[in-house]
Write a protein that binds this ligand. Structure first.
Ligand code: BGC
Ligand code: BGC
Length: 624
């Protein structure tokens, strides 16, 4: 990797030397060291898996390849009846009692239902903890990956992932569908914020760091969970940034831009990989044997198992049974099955069809055995067969102040200072009157974005345990300072400075696909109003991707990109008031206009702020 110049000058790879050193060391180490987490092919886990496999019936084997959505499971007796190997809670799905205790109870039930089977193979429970244990009320919500990308700090990402793993394990769940190692090349894509950035090197380094944090030194450690790199392959490269769309490129580009994070993930021992809904040159990934088996398993030597995305095999053709044959033969080891439309208890249909396909010789027994061996090997490696239950100490630490401190550190390191005329920032803590505008200033739901409590996320302050930006500012200023707030208006008295919080409403996946990324008219009007007051204007952008700033750029004295920081708003105040000098660097270029939303479009144009851009504060004058 090219060693970039240290320092804060805006430039392609302008990042502090220390952060680069961390990144370089991590990438260097990853490529030099042999896998630590996944065991060698003829390990004890292989032997255990082979021994168990030899005792299994076809029904028991197919059960291990089936992952049912908990909400699709109408009768818990089905866990034992179909020998289900895995269940998941989809985005926003939760037990009636949505807190650590409620989750623990629910997981415990699944464990006990699975223990009623002949071979008592433990069930693997999966969830999307993509920025903290985000389905669980009271859990710490971290910045989404785009913000972590701005930190350029693998050690911090690893530490954050360790906290997430502890919170997930604390609810009895053992598998996290993370990290998303998409290299997002077009920010019209509604999942841009799930990507660490547009550069394969950055995504590789931070994805690997997250895997190390989630899986820990040993998968069987109490605070470790199974990671899942997703979505293989080229989910972030689709034409026009369309979710689940088609990536058009030659194989050399595919390997250069999108494959590196998977090579890195495999080297770091990732135990599972999720396949992408998207297509490459018109062929759906879920049916691409060359990439799933040829590249991932044979060429890269991936020893874990491949899981499908949510009802994704259904998209291969109108015929479900042939979709099963195509995807399993392509290399899928486990299939994620919610209730499809008009398909009650779809998993039963999957199981019946796959069994028939084996009888008809359309899916070879060797493929079934390979899939099940992979799943069992990971289960042995995770120590699931010896696990009595989750550690209650982990449950007690969910949402703890220590965990929140780590998230706060992520927040302050993720903020990118884009503009700072006349050193408006940092604000003085003892200023007389600070006015805050913008609804997002007092809204935890907006700070968190999609994949928070509900799948799409939602505005409002119903999420427990966090701090809004407004609250954080109030905690930070001197007792002599007055802080006023209005979502839409100026304060009656002229303020010494105005912070305007603008940005996006929460969204997830394709519902966030947009072609016009200009700040809303209301947001632009808010900045203009602040400007007219004559007070210095600080614009804070809460968004899942760079937005076209339009007139807000010249009208703001300072601009800060805060991404989707999560519950710990205090990290934002740390930067605004200079308790932390900004170090964040853009993980993707910031477009000047809607003609520059993709990396390829930016190649021929000059973005407003390039990849790697980010200012900091100079020496603070004595009075600050
Ligand atoms: C998403 C995945 C997610 C899965 C389970 C899918 O729609 O694409 O990222 O892991 O659902 O919730
Ligand atoms: C689920 C998500 C899933 C999505 C896929 C939602 O209903 O809750 O987990 O990713 O559907 O479309």
């Amino acid at each position: 990797m090219m060693m970039p110049q240290p320092g804060h000058a805006p430039g392609k790879f302008a990042v502090p030397m220390s952060a680069w050193l961390g990144l370089w060391l991590s990438v260097g180490c990853v490529s030099l060291c042999s896998p630590k987490v996944l065991a060698a092919p003829s390990s004890r886990y292989d032997q255990q898996a082979a021994a168990l496999l030899s005792r299994m019936t076809l029904d028991e084997k197919i059960g291990q390849m089936t992952q049912a959505d908990c909400e699709a499971l109408k009768d818990h007796g089905d866990v034992a009846k179909y020998f289900l190997g895995s269940v998941l809670s989809g985005g926003g799905h939760s037990p009636v009692e949505n807190n650590a205790q409620g989750w623990l109870k629910s997981c415990e039930q699944f464990r006990s239902w699975a223990s009623k089977t002949r071979l008592k193979i433990p069930i693997l429970y999966g969830i999307d903890a993509v920025h903290g244990h985000n389905n669980v009320d009271g859990a710490v919500i971290f910045p989404h990956n785009i913000g972590l990308g701005a930190t350029r700090n693998p050690a911090l990402v690893q530490k954050a992932a360790r906290v997430v793993a502890a919170e997930v394990a604390g609810t009895g769940i053992q598998w996290d569908f993370a990290p998303c190692v998409a290299v997002a090349r077009d920010e019209r894509w509604g999942r841009t914020y799930e990507s660490f950035g547009e550069s394969p090197e950055l995504v590789s380094a931070l994805g690997a760091a997250e895997i190390r944090g989630l899986q820990g030194a040993r998968l069987s450690d109490a605070g470790s969970v199974l990671a899942c790199a997703k979505h293989f392959l080229a989910d972030g490269g689709t034409d026009g940034g369309m979710d689940q769309g088609n990536t058009l490129c030659d194989e050399a580009t595919l390997r250069k831009v999108f494959l590196p994070p998977y090579a890195e993930a495999v080297r770091d021992g990732v135990g599972s990989i999720m396949v992408s809904y998207s297509s490459w040159n018109g062929q759906k990934m879920h049916g691409n044997k060359k990439l799933l088996t040829g590249v991932l398993k044979e060429e890269l030597g991936f020893k874990g198992f491949l899981v499908s995305d949510w009802a994704a095999i259904d998209q291969l053709s109108p015929d479900f049974k042939s979709d099963i044959a195509t995807s399993i033969n392509a290399g899928l080891d486990m299939v994620m099955i919610p209730n499809g439309p008009g398909k009650p208890n779809n998993y039963a249909e999957f199981i019946g069809d796959l069994k028939n396909l084996v009888a008809e010789g359309k899916v070879p027994m060797s493929r079934i055995d390979d899939a099940v061996r992979r799943v069992l090997r990971i289960k042995f490696q995770m120590g699931l067969f010896n696990q009595a239950g989750p550690e209650l100490a982990l449950a007690a630490a969910i949402g703890s102040p220590e965990h929140r401190e780590v998230a706060r550190d992520c927040v302050r390191q993720s903020l990118v200072l884009l503009k700072n005329s006349d050193h408006v920032l940092p604000l003085r803590k003892n200023l007389k009157h600070l006015h805050i505008m913008g609804q997002a200033a007092d809204d935890i739901g907006r700070q968190c974005g999609g994949w928070t409590i509900s799948w799409q996320g939602q505005g409002g302050n119903d999420i427990h345990g966090g701090t809004t930006i407004l609250e954080a500012v109030r905690h930070t200023v001197a007792s002599s300072a007055t802080v006023t707030y209005s979502a839409t208006d100026l304060s009656p008295d002229r303020a010494d400075a105005i912070v305007v919080v603008v940005g996006e409403m929460p969204y997830a996946e394709g519902k966030g696909d947009r072609h016009d990324l200009t700040l809303s008219r209301d947001d632009l009007a808010l900045v203009a109003k602040a400007r007219e007051s004559g007070a210095p204007v600080v614009t804070l952008v809460i968004s899942g991707r760079p937005l076209v700033l339009d007139s807000a750029q010249p009208m703001s004295d300072a601009i800060v990109a805060a991404w989707l920081p999560g519950t710990e708003g205090q990290g934002v105040a740390d930067v605004l008031f200079g308790d932390y000098k900004p170090t964040g660097k853009l993980p993707r270029a910031w477009p000047l206009d809607n003609g520059q939303l993709s990396t390829s479009a930016q190649a021929d144009a000059k973005p407003l702020y390039p990849f790697g851009y980010g200012l900091t504060y100079g020496l603070l004058p004595a009075y600050k």
